[in-house]
Design a protein around this ligand. Structure first.
Ligand SMILES: Nc1ncnc2c1ncn2[C@@H]1O[C@H](COP(=O)(O)OP(=O)(O)OP(=O)(O)O)[C@@H](O)[C@H]1O
Ligand SMILES: [Mg+2]
Length: 307
């Protein structure tokens, strides 16, 4: 038992079935694997939907060690990562050896449970720390000595263990979305300095089309049309909330479910595309020019790719 994470040995099978391999993806994975095997943490940084979490899982599994995933969040304290004391055990000893004298002793003991990092450090597992910048810097400080001196300092409560030596096969993969930094905590520079950051952008068209096809089960030509629509809309977005590969997966999945033709003359298809892509414009509905431009451009894209 441990706190602050989950073991994901089962994703092994899920990813093999569901994972798109293209030169674009392979290049990122090969580079990351090399850096990790050489002993350095890797950090996938990129906007929403650029495949950070999936790449982290694939890369971690390629290392062939058990994987622990933990997710950054604002409420995290260092105990979520390192471990904490859970509950008390009370032992009462009554000594009535001399019948007229009753001696009673209450003994309280605590149980320590390892956190995600402690468990991975002790056993040489691979740790995925997804969206680590969502945690407060104080919570992440424990990683500084883990990554540099390969020593982890434990709090006094941890049953006499003051520090543990980090297992030589322990590896960490971080992910974060730099667009969130404004609202969340800035990456700690000291921590960032200890990792190799790969800046992920948009997938290339082949990879995105393959992901859309794989996740929805549509024909290749349909995946191509839908991906072209989504990428066209994304590149012309005048707002910051851009549709990601998930929009393509959604459109394609609904098209597949309803057995629709991806044709601009099909009103059902156009409505679905509009509902899903225009939802990224909704946060700007009080700026009519943006909404109007989005609708107009969508119409052009449908003519361009779905005639
Ligand atoms: N190589 C891949 N093979 C198959 N599906 C993929 C691949 N990469 C990404 N996907 C799919 O694309 C979508 C977005 O990927 P993912 O969740 O990894 O992105 P993310 O950058 O972590 O997004 P967020 O910032 O929102 O957490 C998911 O549905 C995921 O399953
Ligand atoms: Mg993610």
């Amino acid at each position: 038992m441990f706190v602050g994470g989950e073991v994901v040995a089962y994703v092994d099978k899920a990813l093999n079935k569901d994972y798109v391999k293209t030169p674009f993806i392979n290049s990122i994975i090969n580079r990351s694997q090399n850096y990790l095997e050489a002993g350095f943490p890797v950090h996938f940084s990129g906007p929403a939907g650029t495949g950070k979490t999936t790449l982290a899982l694939i890369t971690a599994l390629a290392l062939g060690k058990p994987v622990i995933v933990t997710y950054g969040n604002d409420d995290f304290s260092h105990t979520d990562l390192i471990g904490s004391v859970v509950g008390f055990k009370k032992q009462i000893v009554r000594d009535n050896y001399v019948h007229s004298v009753m001696k009673s002793t209450d003994v309280f003991t605590t149980s320590w449970i390892d956190g995600a990092i402690t468990r991975a450090c002790k056993n040489g597992y691979t740790l995925i720390y997804d969206e680590f910048t969502r945690s407060r810097p104080e919570a992440n400080n424990v990683l500084l000595s883990v990554l540099e001196e390969k020593v982890m300092h434990l709090p006094n409560l941890a049953k006499g263990e003051k520090e543990i030596e980090v297992h030589p096969e322990f590896r960490v993969i971080f992910t974060s979305n730099p667009e969130e930094y404004a609202g969340v905590h800035k990456t700690q520079d000291a921590l960032k300095d200890r990792m190799i950051t790969l800046d992920l952008g948009e997938f290339d068209e082949e990879t995105e089309t393959k992901i859309v096809q794989l996740k929805s089960g549509v024909q290749w030509e349909t995946a191509q049309k839908i991906t072209a629509l989504v990428r066209g809309f994304r590149s012309n977005c005048q707002h910051s909330f851009k549709p990601t590969v998930r929009a393509g997966i959604m459109i394609a999945s609904v098209v597949s479910y309803l057995h629709l033709d991806p044709d601009r003359k099909n009103p059902h298809f156009c409505q679905i595309v509009s509902d899903i892509l225009m939802s990224t414009v909704l946060p700007h509905k009080n700026v009519p020019e943006i909404v109007e431009a989005g609708g107009k451009y969508l119409f052009e894209l449908l003519n361009m790719h779905c005639s």
